[in-house]
Design a protein around this ligand. Structure first.
Ligand SMILES: [Zn+2]
Length: 198
């Protein structure tokens, strides 16, 4: 960017690579940072530099964890026999908002043959080990409603079919407050298919 001191231009460049941040808002952020006390920028820099060092993944469920097992896996009040299988750690945060009281298994992706993502690239072997150890009563397949998400759910349902556990799929349907006219055909047909008795 012309006329901008190099360090500031470098910051604008880096900020603009973040999702949802265009060149204009990156510039606004950078100018805002330089107008504030130096200490605030240093605090932000510390958080950024410690991010990868301090945040990892839980060895049990694969969700975010500060060190060792995550808070959910350590919580003995939760139902460890009910596993909600999700694609990404962020999905855990979303399902948590629903008040779900079970545990999780994060796949770290979904099957996508076009992108070369097969079962080996996901944490399916770890899930098989968790089920084989016993103590799992139900797998709730909460992968996305995309074609790849559906294929992943189908794969998992088949892979675990011979186990004496319940396998369920989260119902897809009309979102709370959703007008039917705004729904795509697929969502609406699934909503009709999975209708529940009144
Ligand atoms: Zn965990």
């Amino acid at each position: 960017m012309r006329g901008l001191p190099l360090p500031l231009a470098a910051l604008v460049d880096q900020l603009s690579t973040l999702p949802g941040v265009g060149a204009k808002s990156a510039l606004r952020m950078a100018l805002n940072l330089i107008s504030r006390p130096e200490e605030e920028s240093k605090n932000l820099a510390t958080s950024l530099s410690e991010l990868h060092e301090k945040v990892g993944f839980c060895p049990e469920c694969g969700s975010f964890s500060e060190r060792g097992h995550c808070a959910i896996c350590r919580d003995t009040r939760r139902d460890g026999a009910l596993l909600c299988v999700v694609e990404q750690p962020v999905d855990v945060l979303m399902v948590e908002r629903s008040g779900f009281g079970g545990s999780y298994h994060v796949l770290h992706g979904r099957l996508s043959p076009i992108d070369g993502i097969g079962p080996e690239q996901l944490t399916i072997a770890a899930l098989e080990q968790r089920v084989a150890k016993g103590g799992v009563r139900e797998l709730v397949l909460a992968t996305s409603a995309t074609i790849d998400g559906e294929a992943t759910a189908y794969y998992l349902a088949s892979a675990f079919a011979s186990n004496p556990i319940t396998i369920s799929r989260i119902a897809r349907g009309v979102p709370e407050g959703g007008e039917l006219e705004y729904l795509d055909e697929f969502t609406l047909s699934r909503a009709l298919e999975q209708r529940i008795p009144w």
